[in-house]
Every structure is written in C-alpha cells, then in structure tokens.
Design a protein around this ligand. Structure first.
Ligand code: SF4
Ligand code: SF4
Ligand code: SF4
Length: 734
C-alpha cells in the first residue's frame, strides 16, 4: 500500500522564536498562558526554562525578535517585554519544592558566575549534591558589571534556597586534585577565560570557556546544557555534548494568511498587565497545523497525519491480539477533496493515502458495504438503460465535440442538461451526447476494478465518436476523465458558454462557490466569475476558493459513513457568509441548498431556470429526474419516444415530510415499495391491533428495510420507513 511519509511533517518543529532562544523557551506554551492572563502559570514555564527568571528577563538579548514571523507582516512580538511583564505580574514566584530523593552523587562546580550557578541549579533540582567554588569573595561574576546587586542577588538566593548546594567563596582551585572525590566536575571559566588551575581533558571533567564573548544569558544557557551533559554522564558513563540548545527549524507558514495586527505600545515601565495580554494575543503560537485547520476530517477527528497513519496502519494490518479495525470510519470519511496536499508545505497527501487505504480495506472485504452501497446503486442506475444515453446527432458520422454532463447535473434539474445541450448544438451542431456517470463513486468506494470497468466503457464510447473534444458539465467528471485519459482533450461547459447572453439578470452581492474538483481549473473559475459579474452580481470572496476550495461534503460520498461530520461540514460551508452562493457543480448547489442556504447554479442564471431557494430534489426524485431527462432528450433531439414508467407513485401514498425523511435516511421510495409488495405477497407482516397499521421488512443489499403502512382501498399509505444493518432471521415454524 502507498506509504504516507510523515517524517516530512513539520508539525513538531519548534516555533521560529523558540528555535533561536538560547534556552529553547517553549514560547507557544508560555504565550498561551499569557493570552489567558495566567501570569503565575506563564511564570512557572519561564522560570523552569531559564532558571533565574528575574535576571534573564532583564538581560536577555532577545534573539527571538528578528526571528519572529510577524516581522514580515507587521512587527515582531515583543517577547522580551512580555517576559518582564510576566515576572512583574506573577504573584507566586517561589520555586516549587521538588523534594526529589537525593541521588547520592556529588558534583563540583568551579566558578559562581551565571554559567556555573545555572549548572548548579539544574543539578540540585534533580537531586544531586553540588559544591560551588568561587575564587572571589562574591557570586555573580560579570553580573556586577551589568546590574545593581539588588537586581540579581535575591533571584539567585530564591532559586537556590533549600537545595543541596554549598558555596565556597575565596576558594581558588589551582589543581583539581585538591577537590577530593567528586562524581563530576564542571569548570566554568570567567569571561577572560581564566581558570587558575590546570585543565586537561579527562573523564568526568567538563569545561566551558566563557572567554569567547558569550553574554551572561547565553552563558547561563550553556550552564544548563553542561548540567544535561553531566547528568547523562552520571547515568551512562558517556560524555555527550548538548552544547547548542538553539536549533534550526523547518517550520514554514504562509505569510499571506497572517492578518496584520498593530503592535501594542508599552509605556516607559513596560507593559501593563492588560497590554501584556493584548500583545500576547498577537502571537500565533506558531506551529504547522495547516492540515488540521483546513481539512474537515482532521479537524473533526482532532488528529494530525502521523496519528492518522498509525491508526490506518493498525486498521489495515490488525494484529493477532487486536483485530478491531478502529479507523475504518475515519478512512471512509475522507472527502477526497485534495486540499490537504495543496496546503501542506511538506506535500503530505493524506487524502491519497486514505483512498489507498480504502481500496485495501475493500480488497480485504473489511469495509462495511453499507458505507457506499447506496451511492454505487445510484451509479449503476445512472449507467442503466433507464437513464444512460450515448448518441450522435442524426446524420453525423464523426463528432468534433462530445457533451458529458455527468449524472448529477440532470438529476438535480433535467433542464440544466436539455437547455445546455440545445445551446451547444447551436454552437457546434456535431456535438454528441454521453449521459452517464464517470465512475467516481466506485473509486470513492475503494472498488478499483469497478472503477476501471466504468472508465473502459467511457473510453469505448469516446473512441466510437472519433475521439472528440469533451465538454464537461460536472467538474468532478472533468477531473476524473482528463486525469485518467491524458490523450483526451476537454474543457468545462462554463468556459464554452462564457460569452453567452445571460437570460436572468440579478442584483446584489453573492459569492462564487468553487467546487474542490475545480481546484486547479483556473480558466473555469474565472469564466464563472465573469458570467456572474455579467449577470449583475457584486462578488464577495470566500475564505476558501480557487486552489484552496473546500469540499461541500459530497466528495468521497461519506454521508453514510460519517453523517455527523458531514452535517458539520455542510453547516460550516453554508454559514460562512450571508450572501447567496453561485455554484457550478450541481452537487455543491444541492448540498448547500439542502441546508436552506440561498444558492443558484450558474446555469440557473444562463438559462433563467430557477431561483436560489429551489429545494433540491430528494434521493428518489433525483433518479426520476434522470429517467425523465433521457426521455426528454430523445424526444427533443432525436425525435424518438421511449418509455418513462414511474413505478410506485400510483400505489403508494407518502406524505411530503416523510418523503424528505426517507431521502435523509438514504432510502428510495421504490425500495420501500418493494418491501411492502414483498410483505403483502408473502403475508409476512405484523398488524397493530388498534391502528391497523402493518409493519414488514425486506433485505435490500446489505441492509434490512422496514415499512410501516396502512392498506387503503386502492394501494397503501406509508407511515414510516427505516433501515438497519442487522439481518432478521425468522423461524417460520415456531
Ligand atoms: S500541513 Fe499537516 S501534514 Fe503538512 S507539515 Fe503541517 S502539520 Fe504536517
Ligand atoms: S508569532 Fe509568536 S510563536 Fe510565532 S515566531 Fe513570533 S513570537 Fe514566536
Ligand atoms: S482529501 Fe480532503 S478530506 Fe481528505 S484528508 Fe485531504 S483535506 Fe481532508
């Protein structure tokens, strides 16, 4: 199976500021606390990281300033002032009592500057016993040149209070041999590089030369690194090097998506607590979450690709001990919109991976058939004798063009196809017609052999017509066929009709809703916008359009596999702006209109066919529309007649509200009719004593359908219809 290379993912890469911070301060964590006004919690994070918070907050050279991504948009976050504000407004500044059991190891630190003291601090907090030797009569080293003593001595005392630390002042070490027995020794030279003793590399002795111009803050950070090295040495006997805590980050963010926000101006004494909170809110706590932010599936499951990969792998290859395939529904929830690949800076194609996983589950017969059965039956119906049409204009032997409207355009409104075909025949009289499904539901169901089969049938028709250029009415069909047949040329109906006179003019604001399938079809995106402008609309952009288009929820046909996610997606799409939408995919139009959103298809404007409030047809009506469409086309363009029988309508009364409920439950009226007919024919039903209503059931595909109905003088009245995945096994002799 296709492998998802999540090693390229930059989700865990450090924020730009964190990467250059000598201490590696977790700025996103620190800042999120400040954003909530939690100065004490922010202080804990800060103090834990830098050791001596009051000193570092004053002296930090703020290397993060130039690294902040905001500098490219407005102004860097003033982390230095935020750290000072955090220290000022935190009212619980006592270090937490670590109470770790003593480790029974003794370490000598030579030099009580900020580097040596930082090293000592980290070690005593881990339970080691530390002796600090200082040749001068005071601690602090170069801090005396930079700050008044009251600005640093209390901080040092507070952090080191109540720890296993002993200070030896006026104690010059000329030879390490005078130190006696220590498990490790750290020599921290003064800034002039002077260590009065003799140093030679030996096991357990660590050395830091501070003469290379390190300021006190960077020196303190080095002290922490040495503490890590000592700890690792005491545990393993190996002298590792953690010298450089700053690191490179592979993180990248789209600057165009960063909204400009003015920097908060601090007063002479720095930020007030309100100002600090406001400035913190400008910080984006940078990390890559583009996929989780933009992809509905990842947002719904709150999972990043690496976690998805783990779960998918466990589902595709369940272990002997744990055979529950727990990510099956997740796999079947991908809308195959391709947005993840488009937005991921590391080109990680989760959608492609999930589609492969779906195909693998299908191959293993581990995919619940009910997830896609309804849609596959719909595809088969679209390609059946009842609805499919494959014809050249009379008297034409080779066609220059072939119109491929797709199976959903006519299912939404037959006139979309009849009127557009009429227009095309006027423009290009030798335009043939191929009315059928492109086969994408089979791919979305992971059934690649069925998908190939569909493609072969289409290819045969195309060859038969003389390989004409194809005009597509559906962006999905266009995508599928142009991708699968590189030698096929084609363009969208909406580009072909771009100069057509518009029959329904409008006024007002609207947004063009780009279907995800047209993500890379810039020509059609522009042509549809031009048509909408010519119709009289003022256009408003959507947050996701063009190459960033999001799926309306139809893609992948996930509605049965994950109804709650699909409901959320529809609501989100429809609710983005108040203005009506103009769609150029019939599925987008009907999905959005089903939420009550005002939405027209661009063909509604071109041919004056409907208004934005037109209710989308229900599942049964969609099929009937296809049958009617074939009938109408044959009559209108070929002057032939065909049967257009509508089976159950005369015998089964269904109230309007129940019709919609059946459709919402993905139940066809003809299936319910088959259930009743079967129950009545075989005499298998329960009759309610008081109401006289009958209940019966029948297996249709992998589901059991139920009908509750009342017999009428002629026919039946349906009271309810529903289905489930359980099979009913009856013992008729009991
Ligand atoms: S978009 Fe998602 S998958 Fe891609 S790098 Fe960012 S976190 Fe990783
Ligand atoms: S916005 Fe915040 S997290 Fe991002 S780089 Fe700037 S300070 Fe760091
Ligand atoms: S294809 Fe679409 S729904 Fe699927 S993972 Fe990618 S962005 Fe999400």
């Amino acid at each position: 199976m296709y492998n998802l290379d999540t090693s390229k993912c930059i989700q865990t890469e450090p924020a730009f500021c964190k990467a250059v911070c000598p201490f590696g301060l977790d700025v996103p964590d620190f800042i999120k606390k400040l954003q909530r006004g939690q100065f004490n919690s922010a202080y804990q994070v800060y103090a834990d990281t830098v050791g001596f918070p009051e000193i570092i907050a004053r002296l930090c050279p703020a290397l993060c300033h130039d690294a902040c991504i905001r500098v490219k948009v407005d102004a860097s976050i003033d982390l230095h002032l935020l750290e000072q504000a955090c220290v000022r407004y935190a009212d619980r500044r006592e270090p937490p009592a670590y109470n770790l059991p003593a480790r029974g190891k003794r370490i000598a630190v030579i030099g009580a500057g900020l580097c040596g003291l930082s090293c000592a601090l980290r070690l005593v907090r881990k339970g080691y016993t530390v002796d600090v030797y200082e040749r001068k009569a005071y601690i602090g080293g170069q801090l005396w040149d930079l700050l008044p003593p009251e600005a640093f001595l209390p901080d040092i005392e507070r952090q080191l209070a109540n720890t296993c630390y002993e200070l030896h002042l006026n104690y010059e070490i000329k030879s390490l041999s005078v130190l006696g027995s220590y498990d490790a020794i750290f020599i921290s030279t003064d800034p002039n590089g002077q260590f009065s003793g003799k140093y030679q590399q030996e096991q357990g002795v660590f050395f830091k030369n501070l003469s290379v111009g390190l300021g006190p803050v960077v020196a303190a950070a080095h002290g922490f690194s040495i503490a890590l090295e000592i700890e690792a040495y005491l545990k393993t006997g190996i002298m590792f090097s953690y010298e450089n805590r700053t690191c490179k980050t592979r993180l990248c963010m789209n600057e165009r998506e960063i909204k400009s926000q003015p920097k908060v101006q601090a007063g002479e004494d720095g930020f007030t607590s309100e100002q600090a909170q406001k400035e913190a809110l400008r910080c984006m706590a940078c990390s890559c979450n583009a996929c989780k932010h933009h992809c509905d599936l990842m947002a719904y499951y709150q999972k990043y690709p690496s976690r998805i990969k783990d779960e998918v792998t466990g589902t595709i290859y369940p272990s002997a001990d744990f055979i529950h395939r727990y990510a099956t529904r997740l796999i079947a929830s991908c809308m195959q919109c391709g947005l993840c690949k488009e937005i991921c800076p590391a080109d990680i194609d989760v959608g492609g991976y999930l589609n492969e996983a779906l195909a693998e589950l299908h191959r293993q017969k581990a995919l619940p058939p009910v997830f896609h059965e309804f849609f596959l039956r719909d595809m088969i119906h679209a390609n059946s004798e009842e609805s499919m049409l494959c014809k050249m204009p009379d008297g034409v032997e080779h066609c220059q063009y072939l119109y491929f409207p797709g199976c959903q355009l006519g299912a939404s409104l037959p006139a979309y196809v009849t009127d557009s075909y009429e227009e095309l025949r006027e423009l290009y009289p030798d335009t043939a017609l191929l009315l059928r499904c492109c086969g994408i539901p089979a791919k979305w169901a992971g059934d690649y052999s069925l998908y190939r089969n569909m493609l072969v049938q289409i290819e045969n028709s195309w060859e038969k017509f003389g390989r004409p250029s194809v005009i597509f009415g559906c962006p999905n069909c266009q995508n599928v066929l142009l991708q699968e047949f590189p030698e096929m040329s084609g363009q969208s109906l909406y580009s072909i009709l771009a100069d057509m006179e518009i029959r329904k003019s409008q006024r007002g604001v609207a947004a063009v809703y780009d279907p995800c399938a047209a993500r890379y079809d810039v020509q059609t995106q522009n042509d549809v916008r031009q048509l909408a402008l010519r119709a009289g609309y003022i256009l408003q952009p959507l947050s996701h359009q063009g190459t960033m288009a999001q799926c309306c929820s139809w893609g992948g046909q996930t509605a049965i596999a994950n109804p709650s996610m699909v409901k959320l997606v529809k609501k989100r799409r429809a609710g983005e702006i108040e203005a009506p939408y103009i769609a150029y995919c019939a599925n987008c139009r009907d999905v959005l209109a089903s939420t009550g959103k005002a939405c027209v298809h661009i063909l509604d404007l071109l041919f004056d066919l409907g208004n934005a409030q037109r209710n989308p047809p229900n599942a049964t009506e969609r099929r009937q529309n296809r049958v009617t469409l074939k009938h109408t086309l044959i009559q209108r363009f070929w002057n032939e007649t065909s049967d257009c029988a509508c089976s159950s309508a005369e015998m089964l009364e269904i109230p309007a509200a129940l019709r919609q409920t059946l459709s919402d439950r993905y139940l066809l009226e003809e299936d319910i009719w088959a259930v009743i007919q079967c129950g009545e024919r075989e005499g298998i039903f329960i009759e309610e004593a008081v109401s006289g209503a009958r209940i019966t059931h029948k297996e249709i595909g992998s589901i059991t359908c139920w009908a509750r109905y009342i017999p009428l003088e002629k026919g039946f009245q349906l009271l309810d219809g529903y289905s489930h995945r359980m099979q009913i096994v009856e013992d008729r002799h009991a």
